[in-house]
Design a protein around this ligand. Sequence first.
Ligand code: FAD
Ligand code: MLT
Ligand code: ZN
Length: 490
Amino acid sequence: SESYPQVQRDSRFKELSSDDVKAFRDILGNASSAMVDGLSEDASDDIEGYNADWMKKYRGHARLVLKPSSTEQVSKILKYCNDNSIAVNPQGGNTGLVGGSVPVFDEVIINLSRMSQIRSFDDVSGTLVVDAGVILESADSYLAERGYIFPLDLGAKGSCQIGGNVATNAGGLRLLRYGSLHGNVLGLEAVLPDGTIMDDLTMLRKNNTGYDLKQLFIGGEGTIGIVTGVSIICPQRSPAVNVAYFGLESYEKCQQAFREAKKQLSEILSAFEMMDGNSQLLYSRASGAKLPLESEYPFYCLVETSGSNTDHDSEKLNTFLEHVMGEEIVSDGVVAENETQLQSLWACREGVSEASQHFGGVYKYDLSIPLQELYGIVAECRQRMEEQGLMGEGEDKPVVDVVGYGHMGDSNLHLNVACRRYDKAVEKALEPWVYEWVKERKGSISAEHGLGLAKKEFIGYSRSENMIKLMKQVKDLYDPKGIMNPYKYL
Ligand code: FAD
Ligand code: MLT
Ligand code: ZN
């Protein structure tokens, strides 16, 4: 692909033989769903789906996918791989956006999709214990039936797995309200490369007994072990949920609206998302959907409230709306009147991901930037693409559009350069320019998606040499043979 950093296959890693396949077969049993074997003569093309990432930007060359159904099987697989220096790539729902979920060369894919049992739920404390391969949306539906909600929500909920969410420390749409997985995950079960099962699957809210080692796996991106079980604290589901979608004249007004939302909606505010006008036009163009407001605006915000009392929440929301409209902070807006409208307003926000790669490809930058300066990079980036003659309507122009959107409530901007094709000239115009811009403002080059392969070369823009050295020491301690997700960020 156009986007690979210069890496070479590490010759320390063994190439698979039929004896290895037989050993894995012995561990997994004969269920046909337990293995996708791309080595044999009559191998099908199924393996390609596991090798290609969601953006169709990265493509691995794995010839074997293993699908364990228990922690014991994961342990035996990893022990075998470690003893034989076989490199592996842990994989959940393969919705990751930084090229971390697919191999670079022939690493064996260990896909967790068959570990999909809900292990337990305590409806007094709200503690849910699941296998790592449980799909996020399935867990949330299970909780909904019991009056609870999963403390994480994101556009990929129908495919991503809780193990993958933990491994990436996914942020998503509810972080503003419920906080990050570093706080909500109570315990983890993980398998280390040598097969050791790290049983830290506690259900304790408080547990100050030495180093909190599970935190290393949260956001570790599969570089030190495989997460097999997760225990997580889930909040009560709010019976009253309201969603409003606004048009605004400037980014300055988005900031004022956020300030007012925090002040006036306070404890019922559950999401504050920002989408620029171009992101909404792109969404409409890609999906064919009509945008909710009559006129076009340079900015839009989506505000969600979740509370326990419909009348109380509506009153608060109405007072807020009257204020922001009266003060001309917001130019126009609509409030969802039923579940269908609520879903279609959320689709305007969540649908931007799909839209941004609809035309062929996308360069994605997931940035933490101090709120005041957050949008500046989008305007500068657009100008840069225009000046360099890279953007336009003609087929010869690689760039379709530059859009900005994201979790404004968490100071997290998604800068997306939607393309007709991946093109080195575009990449050169963007990198390291984007990372320099962010470093100058003391931001982060990865707010929530991680580093994977895409941001491997750029970790130094957000972390000091000493910090990277400490990370490498941790990596070497847990994975001395380096078999876990090699070639990625460490
Ligand atoms: P994968 O993509 O399969 O893997 C991601 C990484 O985790 C890889 O490095 C992989 O090796 C590792 N991994 C996976 N499972 C395990 C495991 N069990 N043990 C150890 N390592 C493992 N991200 C956000 O943070 N916020 C968002 O709002 C958001 N929205 C998204 C919307 C869309 C439409 C899409 C496509 C993606 C979005 N993402 C978002 C990115 C992505 O969905 C998340 O990073 C998600 O958490 C990945 O989960 P997954 O199961 O698909 O993992
Ligand atoms: C989002 O917030 O929509 C996600 O992080 C995914 C994306 O940026 O495409
Ligand atoms: Zn996001």
